[in-house]
Design a protein. Structure first.
Length: 535
């Protein structure tokens, strides 16, 4: 019995010693393959026994104790890096490769970001690829046709002017109906056209009550969220972009009477019909008799036939007679008197009468094919701690309307830096210089579009003397524009107005400098406790 107990104790001690001899310990350091810096917080564990594990310290060091004898593989895992599995050895150092992860689409919400799949409000997002397909100078015009239920109206063809955006209809009669603009998480109160579309990464539009819930009363008219481009980790690039285009009219114009002789034929017919219908008294006073219009019209027709038509004198007598509601004789461009232009028997312009001059084309003197040129240079890049994006751009946009143009010089710098694991900051600065030239026009008669469709073809752009020669302008140079002031003869249409002269003489120039700068500092004091400030 004693021999049996001695043998049993010997076997137990031998078994325990053997088991203890099979337990291993693994140590090592984990670094980044990109910058050779140590990585803290890496999860290290035994594949065959996941409960046996540890995390790397601030220097990237780790120690695994009590590794089972049958274990063969150690696993290294960390967010943003490719997982690694290596055979066990007493000392095991590893360099992890960074991993470009495919994540859910992220959108800007209020002063932060959220996954689009987790956002319950109504939002439309336009990425930079869609913006690049549109050759526009202002981001507001680039949104046209991209967001369902949002009305975007270009109220002016003036280059540099912003489109009118109505996200939730007309919310107020007297208050502003414009949406709230948020640029990189900060409310933007400047001119939105100062932001170059090539600097924008994404544009989101909040349309429903979610905008009010996030931004309060300021978001009552909807919110336009603009995010500018940022630098990428572990990459650097230089992008040069040049765009060019032309502003022109492609829609056909209305059919108008462009031939002066044809216009005079119609004028003669109009004057003749008016004279027959209303008539002028044969008395020296020349007063109208309207007490019995029908009887007078019949009597006057007989008077006309007896005294004018029979004598070969016709309504041409009144064509260039301003006192009798006709055209002022200063606009007689033909080498013949006014009553010698129309054949009374046919009502047609007499052939063979030469012109002193041909009136200038109003459309050629008001409109043009404007050229647009936009160029930008962008620098971006960074590493795990610092990312940067900078851009410089110029834009020169000539409008279809002569004298209308817009130019912009812009620069931007986005800088993100993370000096410590618990501390990160960012700086966003932008500068823009804009110059806008607006021709002297109004929405009424001085508007060139209205003018070219309504002015008779006999009225010239410039003044002409009695011989048909252009009258030089001694004050400003060039030729004198015909403003048709009543004191100079006047014209029934557009008295005192000349949009061709306005686009060259009545300048309205606007110069502006815009500077915006924001910075953010965020510190993680403890797990779940973050302190952030923006100024």
């Amino acid at each position: 019995m004693r021999r049996f107990l001695t043998l049993l104790v010997t076997l137990v001690v031998f078994g325990v010693g053997s088991a203890l001899g099979q337990v291993k310990q693994v140590t090592g350091v984990v670094t980044s393959a990109d910058d050779k810096q140590s990585i803290p917080g890496v999860s290290v564990f035994v594949k065959e026994a996941p409960s046996v594990g540890a995390s790397t310290d601030i220097n990237g060091k780790y120690t695994l104790k009590n590794v089972p004898a049958n274990a063969k593989t150690i696993v290294f895992r960390f967010v943003g890096y490719t997982s690694v599995e290596l055979p066990i050895s007493a000392t095991l150092d590893v360099a992890l490769q960074s991993e470009a992860q495919k994540i859910d689409e992220v959108m800007v919400v209020a002063y932060g970001t959220a996954k689009k799949s987790a956002f319950t409000g109504s939002v439309a997002q336009i990425n930079e690829k869609k913006l690049e397909r549109k050759n526009v100078s202002e981001i507001s015009k680039a949104l046209a046709g991209e967001v369902a239920g949002v009305a975007i109206v270009n109220t002016s063809g003036q280059p540099g002017s912003n489109a009118t955006i109505r996200i939730r209809g007309f919310g107020s009669v007297n208050a502003s109906q414009s949406p709230l603009y948020i640029v990189d998480g900060v409310p933007f109160n400047g001119d939105i056209s100062s932001i170059s579309p090539s600097d924008i990464a994404t544009t989101s539009v909040l349309k429903d009550a979610t905008a009010t819930a996030i931004y309060g009363a300021r978001g009552a008219n909807g919110v336009v969220l603009i995010t500018t481009k940022k630098g990428d980790r572990n990459s650097s690039s230089i992008d040069v972009e040049v765009k060019t285009g032309w502003n022109m009219k492609l829609l056909p114009s209305y059919d108008v009477i462009s031939n002066p002789e044809h216009f005079m034929e119609l004028t003669w017919e109009s004057m003749r019909n008016r004279t027959i219908a209303v008539g002028y008294d044969a008395t020296p006073a020349g007063s109208l008799k309207l007490s019995d219009p029908a009887a007078y019209a019949a009597g006057f027709k007989a008077y006309w036939d007896a005294n004018y038509a029979a004598a070969g004198v016709n309504a041409s007598k009144y064509i260039f007679d301003g006192d009798n509601k006709g055209i002022n004789s200063v606009y007689n461009m033909w080498k013949a008197d006014g009553d010698k232009l129309i054949d009374p028997t046919t009502g047609k312009f007499i052939k063979g009468i030469e012109r002193k001059y041909t009136p200038e084309d109003w459309e050629d003197n008001i409109f043009r094919t404007g050229k647009k040129v936009e160029a930008s240079v962008k620098f971006s890049g960074g590493n795990e701690k610092t990312q940067y994006f900078s851009s410089f751009g110029i834009n020169n946009d000539q409008g279809y309307y002569i004298g209308s143009d817009f130019s912009r010089l812009n620069a931007r710098l986005n800088l993100n830096h993370k000096p410590k694991e618990w501390l990160k900051g960012s700086v966003n600065m932008a500068y823009s210089y804009m110059e806008t030239n607006n021709p002297g026009q109004t929405s009424s008669a001085n508007n060139g579009f209205y003018f070219v469709n309504n002015i008779p073809s006999i009225y010239p752009v410039f003044q002409h003397d009695d011989n048909g020669a252009l009258v030089p302008d001694m004050l400003v140079g060039g030729n004198r524009y015909d403003y048709a002031f009543s004191s100079l003869g006047g014209r029934p249409f557009g008295d005192g107005i000349n949009p061709a002269g306005a686009v060259r003489l009545d300048k309205k120039r606007t110069f502006s400098h815009q500077i915006s700068a924001t910075s953010n500092l965020e510190a993680t004091l403890a797990q779940g406790l973050t302190l952030s400030t923006t100024f």
